[in-house]
Design a protein around this ligand. Structure first.
Ligand SMILES: [Zn+2]
Ligand SMILES: [Zn+2]
Length: 108
């Protein structure tokens, strides 16, 4: 059966040795499972530079300071330093509200 790319309508060709179809134009991959075509998402789009702060994990170890949360006006927030961009610049101060979990960075 012939399949066409959802994006540009190009005829999909079968990849050698694989049970998947590929669009020669945009490079999208499709797999044939049952009736529907499923797009296998490319993995290189995963976010890399996200600040990893678990929702609850590790937060208990952070120090707490008295500062007002811009979101809920709670007066206690966790804080931590983080080096951003180049080592020449001073590390940025981050806060995370104890109450609502909102996090923000200190400017200046
Ligand atoms: Zn395509
Ligand atoms: Zn808050």
């Amino acid at each position: 059966m012939m399949r066409f790319c959802e994006k540009d309508g190009m005829l999909l060709t079968v990849e050698k040795g694989k049970k998947s179809l590929v669009c020669r134009k945009c490079g999208r991959h499709y797999t044939t499972k049952g009736e529907k075509l499923k797009i296998s998402e490319s993995m290189h789009d995963t976010k890399k530079n996200v600040v990893v702060m678990g929702k609850d994990e590790g937060v208990a170890e952070l120090p707490v300071t008295k500062i007002m949360c811009p979101e809920c006006e709670n007066m206690e927030a966790y804080w931590w330093m983080q080096q951003t961009r180049s080592a020449d610049e001073p590390p940025t101060l981050f806060y995370k509200c104890k109450k609502c979990g909102y996090s923000w960075r200190s400017y200046g």
